[in-house]
Design a protein around this ligand. Structure first.
Ligand SMILES: [Fe+2]
Length: 248
């Protein structure tokens, strides 16, 4: 039998331990301990891109692996490496998104040919990375700063003047949150900034599948099209100018 005093003392002990665990969790100290260094993280990204282009991974496998890797990013280290503070000094456009490059040549161990393209998008509040899809491209976003409303659609069919699309993701994204696209899943993305000075990190791998003959670049479209059965939407193709006029 333990005395009331012993019981209280043990209870207090667990409360202190629990409090400490909770404190460490809030401070993200556990998570930080298992995150790779930012150099190692980029090295993994080059290896994944190589495996996608070398057809060791399907686009869907790449997408899953990219999301796993993106979830393990040290966001603070990523923002520091891409010099987000300097990017923020540039003016943001009144329509659409700014597109800013960054340098990875100082990252230890990276090959000269990264195998992926990279950029940061920045938007004023209420402005958008306008709705578009891609052909023969896998790409992924990580929110660096600000809050965004992100929407994705599967590109189910491609016709002469329209696509048939299906909504897949429709939610708010906070810093550290991510989304990816491939030709076969969540192919169309559209991100609208809900806060001032909102930034997104982007990596893309182009031309991974020689059997896909569609033209590269952005496929602009209007997701606000005719509703079809089964939750599908007939989304007319658009020019970049028209898409920016309506959604920028
Ligand atoms: Fe895109």
């Amino acid at each position: 039998m333990q005395s009331r005093r012993e019981f209280h003392s043990r209870l207090l002990g667990s409360a202190v331990t629990f409090g400490l665990v909770e404190f460490l969790h809030t401070r993200n100290l556990f998570a930080d301990a298992v995150k790779p260094t930012i150099d190692k993280w980029f090295l993994e990204l080059t290896e994944l891109s190589k495996d996608l282009k070398g057809r060791k991974l399907t686009d869907l496998e790449f997408q899953t692996r990219m999301e796993d890797l993106y979830k393990r990013v040290d966001l603070k280290a990523l923002c520091a490496l891409v010099k987000l503070d300097e990017v923020e000094k540039r003016p943001l456009p009144d329509s659409g998104a700014a597109n800013v490059g960054f340098d990875l040549s100082k990252v230890a161990g990276l090959p000269a040919n990264l195998g992926f393209g990279k950029q940061i998008f920045g938007c004023k509040k209420g402005k958008s990375i306008v709705p578009h899809g891609h052909a023969n491209m896998c790409t992924g976003f990580i929110v660096l700063k600000g809050k965004w409303h992100g929407k994705h659609y599967d590109r189910v069919e491609t016709h002469k003047d329209h696509y048939v699309i299906k909504p897949t993701i429709d939610r708010e994204f906070e810093p550290g949150e991510l989304s990816t696209i491939s030709d076969h899943k969540d192919n169309i993305h559209w991100f609208k900034s809900l806060t001032d000075a909102a930034y997104i990190f982007n990596v893309h791998v182009i031309g991974y599948d020689p059997t896909i003959k569609d033209a590269g670049g952005r496929l602009y479209l209007d997701p606000d099209g005719e509703k079809l059965s089964g939750g599908l939407v007939k989304a007319p193709k658009m020019s970049s100018t028209d898409c920016h006029k309506k959604y920028g």
